[in-house]
Design a binder for this molecule. Structure first.
Ligand code: TXA
Ligand code: MG
Length: 365
């Protein structure tokens, strides 16, 4: 077993991290979305260590992180005009573009696809690390496959201690949900994974934008198979596989089963009281906005309650989301009830992660 060191990003630590990467090793590093687990994106053997450390299925492609626009041409072919516009508008930032892959990018890191996901992060530590290494960094989120993504160095350590040599600690991530993934290989942009660059923002730059039908089909398939049966809906989920391969897997899930409670804001406290009444005597977790927490007051007594933040501050909710989900794993709760949120703007990304964490178990009131 390796001993995993956690270091602030001093000049010495950055040089050490770059040396590990140049020697074909892996390093966890901060980005503005979530922490990534990086390796040389041109080196299939180095990238194999990412899959091994995370326990990630080998058909799930990695995205490449670049430090500047010129690096894009080393990994992608024929960057379309629409991609240039999106780059100019939102990069550096939390956006990943799916483009045609150059042969220099090993097929084994793209799950055999002819395309590659590329992202130009905004985070200074991430960019300095890519520059110091001298090559694009392949980096998925630095969590164990299936767990909530890490938004702090401590969360990376909780998952990957003993499996990786070094974590650069850049503090908590600004956005807290993974980048928006947009496929720009066709005529119209297609959102494969919603994120902090919202559908509305992309539409302003790229015109009409589609949501990957696979994202919605996955949800429908889970619901059609019955609210209680969604755990067994694996086959249905696979049939409706979204085009970002990773989106088909159960994800972001705390250990105890999570059920989302959907109701108009005014009806939420009553809906939560009702489900709590059904679970008397059980150790129940609650994941709610500040407003619902305040309205529940005494009714939440003795429950493990995690506040997401104010309902109208979706940025704060996104930034807290994964830490909130992880908090339940430090407790002995046997089930969790979470508040379904508004799906506009950044809410679409937050609800996408919450629904996946809940295995699409949603009770509407
Ligand atoms: O914000 C982020 O994107 C973070 C930070 C570390 O940059 N990274 C991240 O990577 O979320 P990962 O591997 O956890 O998620 C990447 C997603 C997966 O669902 C994967 O299947 C999809 O992107 N993906 C990668 N390459 C793709 C491609 N060529 N076509 C379609 N989907 C792709
Ligand atoms: Mg991930």
């Amino acid at each position: 077993m390796l001993s995993t060191r956690v270091l602030p990003p001093t000049a010495a630590a950055m040089e050490e991290a770059a040396a590990i990467l140049r020697a074909g090793g892996v390093v966890a590093f901060p980005t503005e979305t979530v922490y990534g687990l990086g390796a040389n994106g041109f080196d299939a053997a180095a990238c194999a260590k990412i899959y091994e450390a995370k326990g990630r299925p080998s058909d799930n492609p990695l995205i490449l992180h670049i430090a500047h626009r010129a690096m894009l041409d080393e990994v992608a072919l024929a960057v379309p005009e629409m991609a240039e516009r999106l780059l100019a508008a939102f990069c550096p930032g939390p956006l990943t573009l799916v483009l045609r892959r150059r042969a220099a990018v090993p097929a084994s890191i793209t799950g055999g696809l002819a395309t590659v996901g590329v992202r130009l992060p905004e985070n200074d530590v991430a960019r300095a690390l890519i520059r110091a290494a001298g090559f694009p960094l392949a980096a998925p989120s630095a969590n164990t496959s299936g767990r909530p993504s890490p938004t702090t160095a401590a969360a990376v350590l909780a998952d990957l201690a003993g499996r990786i040599p070094l974590i650069l600690d850049g503090g908590p991530c600004r956005f807290g949900v993974e980048s928006t993934i947009v496929d720009v290989t066709g005529d119209a942009a297609v959102i494969l994974r919603p994120g902090a660059i919202t559908r509305e923002m992309i539409e302003e730059v790229a015109g009409a934008v589609q949501l990957d039908p696979g994202l919605l089909a996955q949800e429908r398939a889970a619901r059609a198979s019955g609210a209680e049966a969604v755990d067994e809906a694996g086959d249905a989920l696979f049939d409706a596989a979204p085009r970002a391969p990773g989106m088909k897997y159960t994800h972001y899930a705390p250990c105890a089963p999570l059920t989302l409670i959907a109701a108009a804001p005014a009806d939420l406290p009553a809906a939560f009281r009702r489900v709590l009444a059904e679970e008397t005597g059980k150790a129940v977790g609650l994941l709610v906005t500040d407003e619902t927490a305040a309205a529940l007051a005494d009714d939440a007594e003795g429950r493990f309650l995690v506040r997401l933040g104010a309902r109208d501050d979706m940025h704060a909710i996104a930034a807290r989301l994964y830490e909130a989900l992880r908090a339940f794993d430090e407790t002995s709760v046997s089930c969790i009830f979470g508040e379904a949120l508004d799906e506009n703007g950044l809410g679409l990304a937050v609800m996408n992660r919450l629904k996946k964490a809940a295995g699409y178990r949603i009770r509407s009131f």
